[in-house]
Design a protein around this ligand. Structure first.
Ligand SMILES: [Zn+2]
Ligand SMILES: [Zn+2]
Length: 252
């Protein structure tokens, strides 16, 4: 059965680097393949701690280059390819991960990839039995950032400034919508989603279930994500859960 495993649920600098919660992104098991999405700081160690062999990863996916999403990408790729001995891992990411001044992929690791592809808005990438669509380019502090749809079932709304266009471009009625809800309330000049934005997305797109994650410092200090998710469920009438480190969600 397809599933999601949240390695970490911290978002933004303060919450991630003061280790209020773990970071490390999440794993997807889709069509029997393991995918690591946004391997932030600690991801490599967390995988080993739960006895997950990184050589089982066929795909690594990055939504953007920010450190809380990408810090461990090189260690993850080195271990997934067994130091270059196993040639099966794909990296799907914005071009800015691979090239340019702010690239984060170590150049020698590029040769170890069995496949690489760059996201562009609307582009569909297939590798093994996994289909990833970059549904929309986000506005997010000048980083090239994409919302991603996996196998037409899981919509990952990564960090972004809320835009009405999301309600037109994102698919409706997906099985699960993962929303990086870093802020409790909106803050000017900060290009992250808040709880009201999550409510607008859930109300407008009616996923079967929603997961809030990637909680920022202020959110975790002053609010209980579980309680917030309960309120969001009542308001939207869509089952909404707050992710915690190590949480697993099964897709029926
Ligand atoms: Zn970011
Ligand atoms: Zn982020």
């Amino acid at each position: 059965m397809d599933k999601i495993l949240f390695l970490g649920t911290a978002g933004g600098r303060a919450s991630t680097f003061r280790l209020l919660r773990r970071s490390g992104g999440f794993l997807l098991n889709l069509s029997g393949r393991w995918i690591h999405v946004d391997p932030g700081p600690g991801a490599f160690v967390y995988l080993h701690q739960m006895d997950f062999d990184p050589r089982d990863l066929d795909l690594v996916v990055l939504s953007h280059v920010h450190l809380d999403h990408s810090a461990d990408v090189n260690s993850i790729l080195e271990s997934a390819t067994d130091g270059g001995k196993r040639y099966h891992t794909a990296l799907l990411a914005p071009r800015s991960v691979f090239e340019g001044e702010d690239r984060i992929l170590l150049p020698y690791l590029r040769k170890r990839l069995a496949y690489e592809a760059f996201f562009e808005e609307g582009k569909i990438i297939k590798y093994m039995d996994v289909k990833v669509k970059a549904v929309m380019k986000h506005r997010h502090h000048n980083a090239e950032t994409y919302a991603l749809l996996f196998n037409d079932r899981i919509l990952y709304v990564t960090c972004a400034l809320f835009e009405e266009r999301m309600l037109e471009v994102y698919p409706k009625n997906v099985d699960i919508m993962i929303i990086n809800t870093t802020l409790y309330s909106k803050r000017t000049y900060i290009e992250h989603l808040c709880v009201d934005d999550a409510i607008k997305l859930i109300n407008g797109l009616k996923p079967k279930r929603a997961v809030l994650t990637h909680f920022g410092y202020e959110f975790l200090k002053h609010y209980d994500p579980q309680e917030v998710a309960k309120q969001v469920s009542i308001i939207t009438q869509v089952e909404t859960i707050a992710a915690f480190d190590g949480m697993e969600v099964y897709l029926h």
